[in-house]
Design a protein around this ligand. Structure first.
Ligand SMILES: [Fe+2]
Length: 109
């Protein structure tokens, strides 16, 4: 996944194809991964569901905004925004997603 490359090499090349690839990846991943997670949370009655869902939602909105910006002028996407999204991603997967995984595991015991 291109996002992983981006995280390992924080100096993101701002070439338009790269920006597009990152945003496409983020869109596809967030559609599939967020949906699957949210379904599981509903199924297991995860207490922080609403909070977690709203984090997903703000990420979706940010990515959509960036996608729209790139259709106007792809070179104008500030690197700081891509870095922000990359950091959000790492933070979310390492912390928020770990919390619900632990909750599911405890339920299954
Ligand atoms: Fe999540």
């Amino acid at each position: 996944m291109i996002l992983n490359k981006m995280i390992k090499h924080p100096t993101v090349p701002t070439r338009s194809e790269t920006v597009s690839e990152i945003l496409t990846d983020m869109t596809l991943y967030s559609q599939e991964h967020f949906k699957a997670e949210e379904d599981l949370m509903i199924k297991h009655g995860y207490p922080q569901f609403e909070q977690h869902k709203s984090q997903h939602q703000s990420f979706r909105i940010k990515v959509t905004e960036l996608c729209m910006a790139t259709t106007h002028d792809i070179e104008a996407v500030p690197q700081v925004l891509l870095e922000y999204l990359g950091q959000w991603w790492v933070q979310h997967i390492l912390h928020e997603d770990m919390d619900y995984k632990q909750f599911f595991e405890e339920k299954e015991r």
